[in-house]
Design a binder for this molecule. Structure first.
Ligand code: NAG
Ligand code: NAG
Length: 396
């Protein structure tokens, strides 16, 4: 297969760091690896196969013998080892065993893994959200299951009832705050002016702030800001019913869609904030997966996939290529992919991302390019907002 991608050498990774710092919705951000992952000096390895010659696979799941793999924690081996089906051969599994899965890179980080898998079976898990997320963002996704009870707030307070929950700040007592700089919601609400430095979605927890008006206008604001109504008007009323928002911050998109009786699942990491807990407290569905993970939906099922500010040039191009195809896969024929505020350099859009997106096979319903000026015109940054439709007829 021909690669649509012409690698473009970029001068400085530092530039990409600035670019990242300027965005506030990169909730799926790979925090520890982004300096290197932002380089565009990559090619789409369309013909590459990913066999085990690149990384040492330490685990030997077929062998239930922890002495053979002394580096890996016993509880990890217990989980991942082949487990015999009690009734023998099962035609659905085409086997007499089950091999419970974890991300292949898990075993590349035995020290973190050992820490993560050290707990009392049947007891309480350590309060180690950061450790789990670190492992996950390093590619250990899915994480191994654990046989312990997760840290929970001491005095849990149940959520507000619907519809109040949608736009209310939940009780501080609904969150385990250990992993975050802020220790209450007031701190998260105030951090956009009170706290120096970058945080993903820094102003998102303030429901009376920028969140209040996102996508809310009843008609098109023009340019790269499509309104939800404008997007839904493209399809027959009622036919957009279920979908996914990738890296959806505090899930305001899902809440706007809920007003229209559309069910949206929102993926988010917990990057220095209790995003998943907050989304759940509001009363919509959080999904804790990174941008690297295959979308856990079957082919041709979703009516809409949306993503704002997340899919952009900070993501390695090969990963982006896989992501676009995965989005194409889960959308049903006639389903919509709303690529909202994709950002990159003008030249990259022409030479790399435009051709890349075009190559996937969507119909272009809307394609609006605008300048991104929040950090000044000299940087030549561009936004692309596109509304793409998976063809109704199987033409590929
Ligand atoms: C955990 O509980 C189960 C069920 O009671 C029991 O079978 C198992 O032996 C316990 N494991 C440990 C390590 O305590
Ligand atoms: C959503 O569903 C409810 C209950 O079926 C209905 O009353 C309401 O009109 C619907 N709202 C929209 C915007 O379709």
């Amino acid at each position: 297969m021909d690669s649509p991608h012409k690698p473009k050498s970029m001068s400085s990774n530092l530039f990409f760091l600035f670019l990242l710092l300027s965005s506030n919705l990169l909730t799926l951000f790979i925090s520890t690896t982004y300096y290197s992952s932002c380089s565009l000096n990559q090619t789409i390895n369309a013909g590459t196969t990913f066999h085990s010659n690149t990384a040492p696979v330490v685990a030997k799941p077929e062998v239930d013998d922890s002495s053979a793999t002394p580096d890996l924690p016993p509880e990890f081996l217990t989980f991942t080892s082949a487990q015999e089906l009690p009734f023998g051969f099962n035609t659905n599994f085409d086997s007499d065993k089950i091999l419970p899965p974890v991300g292949r890179p898990c075993t590349l980080f035995p020290d973190i893994l050992r820490q993560y898998m050290s707990y009392t079976v049947n007891g309480s898990c350590p309060d180690d959200e950061l450790l789990g997320q670190k492992l996950l963002l390093k590619g250990c996704e899915p994480l191994p299951r654990r046989r312990c009870r997760p840290a929970a707030p001491r005095e849990y307070v149940e959520p507000y009832p619907l519809p109040d929950s949608l736009w209310s700040t939940p009780s501080d007592s609904s969150v385990v705050w250990t992993a975050y700089t802020c220790k209450n919601y007031l701190c998260l609400i105030n951090r956009k002016w009170a706290q120096k430095g970058f945080d993903d979605c820094k102003d998102c927890f303030d429901l009376a702030g920028a969140e209040k008006n996102r996508w809310a206008s009843s008609n098109s604001g023009g340019g790269v800001d499509f309104s939800i109504n404008e997007v839904l008007a493209v399809k027959k009323p009622g036919t957009i019913r279920i979908g996914l928002d990738i890296g959806g911050g505090v899930a305001t998109f899902a809440i706007r869609m809920r007003d229209r009786n559309i069910t949206i699942v929102t993926t988010s990491m917990n990057l220095n904030g209790p995003f998943n807990t907050f989304i759940a407290s509001r009363g919509v569905m959080p999904l804790y997966i990174s941008i690297s993970q295959r979308l856990p939906f079957f082919d041709n099922t979703l009516d809409i996939v949306h993503s704002m500010h997340v899919l952009s040039n900070w993501i390695p191009t090969t990963l982006l290529h896989f992501m676009f195809f995965d989005i194409y896969r889960v959308l049903r024929p006639g389903g919509l992919f709303w690529l909202d505020h994709f950002f990159c350099m003008g030249e990259q859009l022409e030479k790399v991302y435009g051709p890349l997106i075009n190559s996937i096979g969507f119909n272009k319903v809307k394609w609006v390019v605008g300048r991104k000026l929040d950090r000044g015109p000299d940087l030549q940054e561009m936004y692309l907002s596109a509304l793409l439709e998976k063809p109704l007829k199987n033409s590929w």
